[in-house]
Each structure stands twice: as structure tokens, then as C-alpha cells.
Design a binder for this molecule. Sequence first.
Ligand code: NAP
Length: 481
Amino acid sequence: MTDARLGTDARPFRVAVIGSGPSGFYAAEHLHRQEGVVTQVDMFDRLPTPFGLVRGGVAPDHQNIKAVTRVYDKIAEHPEFRFYGNIELGREITHDDLIAYYHAVIYAVGARTDKRLGIPKEYLPGSHSASEFVGWYNAHPDFRSLAFDFSGSTAVIVGNGNVAMDLARMLLVPVENLHRTDIAEHALRALGKSAINEVLILGRRGPLQAAFTTKELRELGEIADCDVIVAPDDLPSAEEISEGVSKTALANLEVLRHFAAKPLTGASRRVVLRFFQSPIELIGDDRVSGVVIAENELYLTEHGSVRARVTDRTEQIRADLVFRAIGYQGVPLLGIPFDAAGGVIPNEKGRVMDPTTTTHVAGEYVVGWIKRGPRGIIGTNKPDSQETVDQLLEDFGAGAFEGRDVPGRAVLERLLGERRRDFVSYSDWQMIDMLEQERGRDAGERPRLKFSRIEEMLSALAEKKQEQRRVQSAQAQHEGE
Ligand code: NAP
């Protein structure tokens, strides 16, 4: 072991961040804010592109939200930051490698899959999870090969969160409004031919319990040529609103009352918000054609929360497409504790906990949705990552990492080279970014035209790098003459 103190130029403190979404970037930022400690942050992502759900989740018509990536670009400028894209934990790098190569590891892997409804025929063709549709319209390579059949008129969305709102807009906004967004080209083409003109959104509880926020609800009313339909009977009267109802719920109620009172305009599209309804079965043989829904009644649990339970009052509704937008779900990572019921890595304020011994797994930390569950907006991750990094730095201060030397970056990069393929660095990503923006301009004033296949983006990158090398060598030759 060297004599140098950990966290100095001679012996940098090495931290791996697994995942490059908002929570990972905020963790990197907080680590680098720590004065007097030289911390090298190596961020890994299984995709060649960074930014997690900002690139692959936020709806394309919310370009202003996507602009947060400028903040992440700034974080990536730190001289001790490195990005290793196209490197997947469990494939090119293992849990054992992380332990061997880093003093500390922060998992920022998000919640990759969807919750299940647990009803008969849930997975009939034509019934899709939110993450499939969201990934598909955002050009996420995992979902590139999916196909959605928009030839029918009616889509049913299950769930009352902001993802449900996103899906409804994406299904109903006139496609011209999406031309100047970063929507996937394949999605733009398919939605351009969509016959869907009615979207039903099913909430299992009432308007006061809905998870969507007011701005997103209001946006339904801003879709061109679209009526928003809410049954006045679903809305509570002033007497039925108990104390302690959140400000968001009251603001939502205002908007819903406005929708309910507005006469129909005869618009060619409609979105119907139905509350107190649960799907209990999908209908169809080779593909979905309808949903059996049951009316719910609400009850108060002994802990004071409002729950829904189905009644025997059922109804069959038409559905040419069904989207299950009932929340995302984290998946386990090999070698790392996992709480299957909560879909999270068990932790205390971000320190990974071993559930069998109830002790902290030394050197391992967690941030974002895989820490707290799939809740909260992008900004929620800032204090969340800060909390975790505070624990990590407390452990650092207590000398938890002092006794161990780890190999440097050159050794890591050699290992990655041996393992399979070249990683994508941040400057490589910036080149991909530039190429996507150029393609966007060529396609007509679009912010970018995304690559939706990994091979496609890697070969475009290789070509661009080769071209750059040619230019550089021509310049060098010219200067030498
Ligand atoms: P969410 O906010 O947790 O909403 C999930 C919805 O699904 C809830 O209405 C929930 O109802 C319902 N649900 C759950 N299980 C169900 C079941 N078995 N049957 C019927 N309904 C069920 O999740 P999300 O919409 O996926 O959003 C995830 C997070 O991302 C949220 O924090 C959201 O605000 C955020 N987000 C933000 C934006 C934005 O800012 N524009 C956009 C997208 C997402 P109960 O309440 O009854 O459980």
C-alpha cells in the first residue's frame, strides 16, 4: 500500500456510479463538490448514451424538461469524471470487478420494468406496458423492434399517474405537434397513421387520490381538437372533501371540475377520465378487444390510507389497445441485495443493507428509483443523491476506505478492452449527440433525430472518428510541408 493519504492526487478516491440517469449525475456532482478530496468518478451505462429516463422516458413533447441534460454536461466536464457507455454490469463488468476496482460503488440503475396488474389475459397482444410504449417512442434501443397496432379507434390506459398522462397525450396530440420534437422516427411515422381517436384513462381510486400532477392534467385540455370528458358524479362535493387533502389534489379537482362543466365541442378526439374503476380481465382471443372493468368502492385502512376494492358491478368496454401505466418496478442485480416486495435495493439513507445481517454492505450505496422506489420527478433526485453521498463521505471521513488500494483507470480500461468491446466515452457520446442533432436539422428543424439501434449509433460514431482522424492527419501533413 502506498503511504499517500486516500483522496489525494497520488491516491485518488475511486467511485463507480452504475447508471447515468439524473440520480447518477447528481451523485457525481455531490462527490465532486467535496473539497480537499480527489475523487475519481467512473460512470457506467449499459447503453452508449447517457441520461436514463431523461432521454428514454420523458415525453418528446416535454423538450423543456429534457433540457436538464445541459446540467449533466456541466457535471461531466469535471476533470476527474469519466463515462463508460456501452458497458453493462453483469456482462462487460461484474459485481466482483466493481469491488476490486473501486473504493465505493453507487447503484443508480432506476426501475427497469413495470408492475403487474395480475389479471387474466394481461399480456394479450395489443396490451402493452407503459415502459414499452415510452421506450419505443423515445427511440430506446431495447424497444426498437416493438410494433403497436394503431388501426383501432379506442385505447384504454390503466393508471392515474403522470405516465398515464404522457401516454394519453402521445396517443392523441396531432402528429404535426410532434414533428419538432426528438420523438423516434419510427414512432412519428406510426403515430402519423394512427386511427386512435378515443382514450379512456382508468383510475382505481377517486380524483382526490390520483397520482398525476396539475400541470400534466391540464395539458390534456390543451390537446388540439380534443374533448376531455369527466363525469360530474365522480367528483366530490365540497362537503366530501376532508381536511388534510393535498394542495395538488385540490388543484387537480379544480381542473377536473372545469373539464366536467365544459360542453362537448364535437372535436374529432376525446379523452375520458373514469375514476373508481379497475380492470379485472382483458377480453380477446388472439389480441385484445376489450376490458372487463369493475366499479370500486373506497375504504379507509386502520393506518388511515384510502384503498380501493372491487364491487360486483362490472361492465365490458371496448379496447383496441391497452396500456398498463401502473408504475415501474426495479429489478435485482446479481450479487447485490434486493427487496423483491418493494422492488428496491434495501438501504438506510442510501447505504446498501444486507437484509440477513441488517448491516451495511461496506462500500456499496444506492440512489434514485432503485433506492426509494419509482416516485418523484427529476429534481427529487438531487436531495436523494445528496443524502446518499453524505453517508458515503461520512464513511470516508471515518476511514472506511483507507486500508485498501485499488487499480487505476488504465487497468480498468485494459480490462474492458479484454472483455469485449470499446466503451463509449463522454466525448464519443458528444459526437453521437452532434450527429443526432445534424440528422435532426436535415430532417427539418428537429432538435435531434435519434439513433434507435446500438449498432447504428456505434457505426456512425466509428465513421465520424475515422473522418476526424483523416482530417487531423491531412492537417498534420499540411503543417509539416
Ligand atoms: P405513479 O405516479 O406511481 O402512478 C401509478 C398509478 O397507477 C397510480 O394512479 C396508481 O393508483 C395506479 N395503480 C397502481 N397499481 C394499480 C393497479 N393494480 N390497478 C390500477 N391502478 C394501479 O407512477 P407513474 O405514473 O409511473 O410515474 C412514476 C413517477 O414519475 C411519478 O413520480 C411521476 O410523477 C413521475 N413522472 C413525472 C412526469 C412529469 O413530471 N411530467 C412524467 C412522467 C412521470 P394508486 O394511487 O391507487 O396506487
